[in-house]
Design a protein. Structure first.
Length: 237
């Protein structure tokens, strides 16, 4: 069993197309976070811990006692809390383009924050695309990106998701993670600077860190090279 955790403000569609990379070796499971996809839950407080508890409930519902976990971006933060607070559920762990949170995490620049806050939705989408993908992605024939957010989210749910990411802080608890962990990051990621990968790796005893070419969506753009690395780790390589 492989649990796939999407990024902030995204539904299970984050993994559209990518799931097939793992289907031969694993039964894959993903779900809509609260406020995304077919859910319309608005109760608070929301946190990476509460979303990790939701992940446990999803695994229980499909009859999984234990699963490998692959979390990307905010999904990587949720995966950290899943491995910390529900260790019996997690077999092997992959944390991609994510951060430990807290005061020691490296945050995106103010220039990036301003660009993502542009009042023009078309401008914001263009900025996000360029933060996700290298220039080569735009010149090749590819299906549309599924990493740009759930268009059906309410403004309130979007704000809550942003708050979840901003308030995540697993730094002090990362050494509690016992699952063999692969930490992956794109070398040119401006949404979550790549030095965060080394920070996470330094706190998890049984971990390997790999920084590879690409931006925040490296695992999608360069899936032909990245997915086999993820599978090798999950299969015990």
């Amino acid at each position: 069993m492989l649990l796939l955790l999407p990024g902030q403000a995204n539904s299970h569609h984050w993994w559209d197309g990518l799931r097939q990379d793992f289907a031969e070796d694993f039964r894959t499971v993903t779900f809509d976070y609260r406020g995304t996809g077919s859910t319309r839950a608005h109760e608070e407080p929301w946190s990476t811990s509460s979303f990790a508890a939701d992940a446990v409930a999803v695994l229980s519902a499909v009859g999984a006692v234990r699963a490998h976990v692959y979390g990307t971006s905010m999904g990587g933060r949720i995966a950290q809390m899943l491995a910390i607070e529900h260790p019996a559920v997690v077999d092997r762990l992959v944390l991609a383009c994510t951060s430990p949170g807290g005061r020691l995490a490296l945050e995106r620049s103010q220039a990036v924050r301003r660009a993502l806050a542009d009042p023009d939705a078309a401008v914001r989408r263009s900025v996000l695309l360029h933060l996700m993908y290298t220039d080569e992605w735009f010149t090749s024939s590819r299906p549309p990106s599924t990493l740009l957010g759930d268009p059906g989210m309410t403004p309130g749910a979007t704000v809550l998701h942003l708050r979840i990411s901003d308030r995540h802080d697993a730094w002090a608890r990362l050494p509690q993670i016992q699952a063999p962990t692969l930490v992956l990051h794109g070398a040119d990621d401006e949404l979550s600077p790549p030095a965060n990968a080394e920070l996470i790796g330094s706190r998890i005893a049984d971990s390997r860190v790999r920084v590879v070419p690409g931006r925040h969506g490296f695992f999608d753009e360069f899936r032909a090279g990245v997915s086999p690395v993820v599978k090798e780790h999950l299969l015990g390589g």
